[in-house]
Design a protein around this ligand. Structure first.
Ligand SMILES: [Zn+2]
Length: 293
């Protein structure tokens, strides 16, 4: 299965068609959502109020970047940075469709300019630099602009002596930008290192799914790694790993809970508790930072 097929299959799974349930024909697609965990049909309006956690099985469904920012930042505190940064098409890449078309349709579908939204915010009154990735935008793949926005987030946080919080989700590198995508791993990792060397705190929140070059760079370089329940986290996907090593993988491989058990993440925190948890954590980390400076 090609990556393009995988994304479209995933997209098809996420929403049930209006014809599958008894709703009026004029109800917009996406108003009813099928839970990936239990298969029950959920009403989007109610689901958003519950932070997109299924009330039947507790499955954590994907959030958009704006929903996530609203759930974490103090009301009215978020100020977006680096607006208007858009990638070029260095390879004139075309697969299922030209890269420029993929970008245009991702923009239209998500209402975002790119796969990550960055900005200043306050969480429980504590000023932070916050980045949130949005899987709807070409699988939140990391191209040159995603990498640049993350690197600038760390640089601004270093200059202003602020902690960084990044909520990740990604299919990996943006193949349409070729090696420019791969270079973002080094760039973001170097910016995270300078921020860390300045004695400042970084917390990453790994959400479903976080894979590839994002996992292999800034996502796992945090002081504290939090994962959401059931989130799939890895470099290559389980099927590819299984085919490569020709061994059956253990049950729950690459889930947040498996990663916690094996020491790859520090905590698994349910979404409903995430904001309060971050406030507590930021308080501890700030106390340490104040002692160091
Ligand atoms: Zn469910």
């Amino acid at each position: 299965m090609s990556i393009a097929d995988w994304f479209s299959a995933r997209e098809r799974r996420r929403y049930v068609r209006a014809g599958d349930v008894s709703v009026p024909a004029d109800v917009a697609d996406g108003v009813w959502v099928k839970c990936d965990g239990c298969g029950k049909t959920l009403y989007e309006g109610e689901l958003v109020e519950q932070l997109r956690v299924c009330r039947h099985c507790g499955h954590h469904l994907a959030m958009t970047a704006p929903q996530r920012i609203e759930s974490l930042a103090d009301e009215g505190s978020f100020e977006e940075t680096e607006k208007g940064l858009t990638p070029v098409d260095p390879l004139s890449f075309a697969a299922a469709k030209p890269y420029t078309e993929s970008l245009a349709s991702a923009r239209e579908k998500s209402g975002l300019e790119e796969a990550v939204v960055t900005g200043r915010a306050r969480i429980g009154g504590i000023p932070v630099m916050l980045a949130v990735m949005d899987f709807r935008f070409i699988g939140a793949s990391m191209g040159s602009v995603v990498g640049e926005k993350i690197a600038r987030l760390f640089e601004q946080a270093t200059a202003a002596r602020l902690p960084v919080i990044i909520v990740t989700a990604s299919g990996g590198a943006r193949m349409q930008e070729g090696m420019f995508s791969l270079m973002q791993m080094a760039k973001t990792a170097a910016a995270a290192k300078r921020h860390s060397d300045a004695g400042l705190a970084y917390v990453s929140v790994l959400t479903n799914p976080t894979y590839g070059g994002v996992t292999a760079s800034f996502a796992v370089l945090a002081d504290v790694l939090i994962a959401e329940p059931g989130a799939m986290i890895g470099f290559a996907g389980p099927r590819l790993v299984e085919q490569t090593i020709r061994q059956k993988l253990p049950k729950g491989f690459q889930t947040a809970e498996f990663m916690l058990e094996h020491g790859m993440v520090d905590e698994v925190v349910p979404r409903a508790e995430l904001r309060e948890h971050l406030v507590t954590l930021l308080g501890y980390l700030r106390a340490r930072q104040d002692r160091a400076s």
